[in-house]
Write a protein that binds this ligand. Structure first.
Ligand SMILES: Cc1cc2nc3c(=O)[nH]c(=O)nc-3n(C[C@H](O)[C@H](O)[C@H](O)COP(=O)(O)OP(=O)(O)OC[C@H]3O[C@@H](n4cnc5c(N)ncnc54)[C@H](O)[C@@H]3O)c2cc1C
Length: 226
């Protein structure tokens, strides 16, 4: 069910790889969603002109088990929308509409492999958090790269310590065919999750298809708009 809520921004954090994380307090507003889904975020008004307007789609970063806060994140840029949301006063209410999308966990214990670069890690953080909290038995491998740093690298290392089903492999630079092949032993019986910019997705998708992965085993969340 699609819900619309108006909730205040209570925190903004600038993170590695140019990512800005925004947290809103739910104040008892019910907003059911599945880990990995996305939302439409609308500002009350723009502080800076933006030809694309005052609404953007972002993936949810937080776990659905968090009934107090909802977080999302994006690659910070000079766009009018992003400058506005980074500068509007604390406690300003923004509109959140959703959830949308099918980039969610399966109902079974299939092996899961997440592959992405930079900002594409956002929905995967929510999925891994939720799977860890719920003690899901899926084996999970995350292959993640960053240009200069690994986004959410410290958080992922902490989660990896408490979730023995999770293995995180990182690299600086692009995701390459050899990085994937060195870290994935079984390309069958696995669901592959690809998220991020169109460029990141098409590159990784091609590598997986060349290694015999069926298109039916690909879950894709494409950040159209970059
Ligand atoms: C299903 C879905 C899920 C999505 N989830 C996410 C998500 O979780 N996180 C996310 O970030 N996006 C996500 N997106 C994309 C998001 O909705 C925006 O389209 C995207 O962030 C681009 O934002 P923007 O339009 O503000 O433009 P941007 O591309 O951010 O910026 C546009 C303007 O800023 C300038 N600019 C860009 N980068 C720089 C720079 N480094 N330095 C100086 N100027 C610069 C450009 O020249 C241009 O003028 C998602 C999209 C979809 C469809």
């Amino acid at each position: 069910m699609v819900t619309t809520i108006n909730v205040p921004i209570v925190q903004r954090c600038q993170l590695q790889e140019g990512i800005l994380e925004v947290t809103c307090k739910l104040h008892g507003n019910e907003f059911p969603y599945k880990a990995g889904q996305n939302i439409q975020v609308t500002l009350p008004s723009l502080l800076f002109n933006d030809p694309k307007g005052k609404t953007r789609t972002f993936n949810i970063l937080s776990s659905p088990n968090n009934s107090e806060y909802i977080s999302f994140a994006f690659f910070m840029s000079d766009s009018g929308f992003k400058k506005s949301i980074s500068q509007i006063p604390e406690n300003s209410k923004i509109q959140i509409k959703g959830p949308f999308g099918l980039f969610t966990l399966p109902n079974d214990n299939k092996n899961l492999v997440f592959i992405t670069e930079g900002v594409g890690v956002i929905p995967i953080i929510g999925i891994i958090l939720f799977a860890t909290e719920e003690k899901l038995r899926n084996n999970m491998i995350l292959l993640l790269s960053g240009k200069k740093d690994i986004p959410y690298g410290d958080d992922l290392a902490s989660i990896e310590k408490i979730n023995s089903n999770l293995s995180v492999k990182t690299k600086i630079g692009s995701i390459t065919s050899s990085f994937i092949k060195n870290n994935i032993k079984d390309f069958k019986n696995t669901l592959f999750y690809l998220s991020g910019t169109s460029e990141t997705i098409s590159k990784i998708k091609l590598i997986l298809l060349q290694n015999g992965v069926s298109i039916r085993d690909l879950m894709i969340e494409e950040f159209i708009g970059y």
